[in-house]
Write a protein that binds this ligand. Structure first.
Ligand code: ADP
Ligand code: YYY
Length: 243
């Protein structure tokens, strides 16, 4: 019987806003003892930093230059995935509506995508190479992780949910209710933003080899379970069964 330590595991998860990527990926990383990378937080942090630096978001070259010089530190511990820019903890600020409503302007800047994609690959490679800053691999989530950033991941998942379910979840999270008014107040940061983001990246249909998990009719725990099942099946890692 081999006693070699299992190799590091890379899990890539993409999906639209409100599909559950962040919360589910974090729970999956925790269950498997892996690191966790929230790539959406990197686009949000870049947007926060551009505002802080007073750069007009429609000046693509200036935005790219500022993002390339951004002093960003991404935490990868799923228990406390901190985001710091120039020493400031921006974890809460980057989730506010004023950032959600403008982040697509930065996320559709192709030079920014190249730079943040490079940082994301470096973070994933550090875990893959045995950096083991948290565990034995990493769960990375976003919009283009399965297709552009880590198409070679051991496990690739597209997490989807109906527009209705995604709006209701986000309304509950942001407004504490999922009635008609709360859903309408949420529409811009879910539906309009996904439409804008779709101009540069495709996250509504699974690419070849990517497993789809539709969480529309699943509760949170069932969704985590479904993704864990895909991880075991796609990786062939029987040592992970029952986690
Ligand atoms: N399967 C699910 N059923 C119900 N609520 C969910 C489910 N998955 C996630 N949520 C909740 O929906 C909200 C949005 O989830 P989040 O992980 O932020 O989505 P995303 O990162 O895809 O935008 C959170 O409040 C989360 O707890
Ligand atoms: N890999 C990624 C991750 C996020 N983005 C963009 C898309 C979104 O508008 C922003 C913020 O992403 P985030 O995952 O935090 O957004 P949601 O929580 O799903 O609403 O960044 C991207 O273009 N590519």
């Amino acid at each position: 019987m081999s006693t070699a330590a299992p190799t590091a595991l890379v899990v890539a998860i993409d999906g639209p806003s409100g599909s559950g990527k962040s919360s589910v990926s974090k729970a999956v990383a925790r269950a498997l003892g892996l690191a966790y990378l929230d790539t959406g937080a990197m686009y949000r942090a870049a947007t926060w930093w551009c505002r802080e630096q007073g750069v007009p978001l429609d000046d693509a070259a200036a935005v790219a230059a500022v993002v390339r010089a951004m002093p960003l530190v991404m935490g990868v511990d799923p228990e406390a995935p901190g985001v710091h820019v120039d020493g400031t903890d921006v974890g809460a600020a980057i989730r506010r509506t004023e950032i959600s409503s403008i982040v697509s302007a930065v996320a559709t800047n192709l030079e920014v995508r190249a730079e943040l994609g490079r940082l994301q690959r470096a973070a994933i490679d550090a875990e893959r190479a045995g950096g083991f800053s948290h565990g034995r691999g990493i769960v990375a989530e976003g919009r283009d992780i399965t297709t552009v950033v880590a198409p070679d991941a051991d496990v690739r998942v597209l997490l989807t949910a109906s527009e209705e379910a995604r709006l209701a979840r986000r309304a509950l999270e942001v407004h504490g209710a999922a009635d008609a008014a709360a859903v309408e107040a949420t529409r811009d940061q879910v539906v309009r933003r996904d439409a804008d983001d779709s101009a540069v990246v495709q996250f509504h249909v699974a690419a070849d080899g990517v497993a789809t998990v539709d969480s529309s009719a699943l509760d949170f725990d069932e969704t985590v379970r479904a993704v864990l099942d895909v991880v075991v099946q796609a990786s062939g890692r029987v040592d992970l069964v029952g986690r």
